[in-house]
Design a protein around this ligand. Structure first.
Ligand code: S3P
Length: 168
C-alpha cells in the first residue's frame, strides 16, 4: 500500500501542532507544520504575508504546500483554513488520513482568548465577546469541511496512544 500522510485539521487554537508533534513521536514518523513550511518559504511571518500579499495569495500558496505532502510518511498539522479552500478537503481525503480535532466554541474561545490574537491575522484582532461571536460564525462556516474528516477526535477523552493505534 502507498504511504499516506496523516492530516490534523481543525479550527485555530485546537492544538493541531501540539498533537501533531506528539502523534509523530508516538508513530516515529516525521512531523510537518504547513504554516511553518510556508513561513520558511516566503521568509516572513503569516501576519506580514497577509499584509503584503493578502489572504487570497496566502490560500493559493497554502494549497500548493499542502499538495507537496503527496505520498509522504508525514504527520501534518494544517492551518485552520486549509481544508476550507479550493478542493483541498477532497485532496486530503483522497491522499491521506484526516483527523479533525473537535472543540466547542466555548473551548476554542478559552484557548484563543488567552493567546496573542495578532499572531493569527484571520482573527482580525478580535478579543472578548467579539472574538466569541467571530469563532461562532467562522466555525459554523467551516464545520461542513472539518466534519468530512475520516476521524473526529474528542481530545478530552482520547489519548495520543489511542490515536496512534487508530492511524497506525
Ligand atoms: C488560519 C489559521 C492559521 C494560519 C493562518 C490562517 C485560518 O493556522 O494558517 O493564520 O484561516 O484559520 P492555525 O490554525 O495553526 O492557527
Amino acid at each position: 500500500m502507498a504511504t499516506k500522510p496523516v492530516f490534523l485539521i481543525g479550527f485555530m487554537g485546537s492544538g493541531k501542532t501540539t498533537w501533531g508533534k506528539k502523534l509523530a513521536n508516538a508513530l516515529e514518523r516525521p512531523f510537518v507544520d504547513l504554516d511553518a513550511v510556508l513561513v520558511q518559504r516566503v521568509g516572513m511571518s503569516i501576519p506580514e504575508y497577509f499584509k503584503a500579499f493578502g489572504e487570497e495569495q496566502f490560500r493559493i500558496l497554502e494549497s500548493e504546500v499542502l499538495r507537496e505532502q503527496i505520498n509522504q510518511n508525514t504527520i501534518v498539522s494544517t492551518g485552520g483554513g486549509t481544508p476550507c479552500y479550493f478542493d483541498n478537503m477532497d485532496w486530503i481525503l483522497e491522499h491521506g488520513i484526516s483527523l479533525y480535532l473537535d472543540h466547542s466554541v466555548k473551548s476554542l474561545w478559552n484557548r484563543l482568548n488567552a493567546s496573542d490574537v495578532n499572531k493569527r491575522p484571520a482573527l482580525k484582532g478580535f478579543t472578548g465577546e467579539q472574538l466569541h461571536q467571530f469563532i461562532d460564525e467562522k466555525l459554523t462556516e467551516r464545520l461542513p469541511y472539518y466534519q468530512r474528516a475520516h476521524i473526529t477526535v474528542d481530545q478530552v477523552n482520547t489519548s495520543i496512544q489511542e490515536l496512534a493505534n487508530i492511524v497506525r
